[in-house]
Design a protein around this ligand. Sequence first.
Ligand SMILES: [Zn+2]
Length: 66
Amino acid sequence: MSTEQPAEAPKEQPVKVFAEAVYECVRCGTRTTQEELGKLPEVKCICGYRVFRKARPAVVKQIKAV
Ligand SMILES: [Zn+2]
């Protein structure tokens, strides 16, 4: 009597999420990344304010593949 074993799924490598620096406008709270800011000619929020504070990325989740 042979029992069928469940097919082994290939182990997937966890995707490394690059921790980007996230900045938050102190006026309106709009979050933007350092990368986004770097694309702009000047560091400025969509609301016109230029003061940002560093914020942590809101979503850092690890999804485990079963
Ligand atoms: Zn703003």
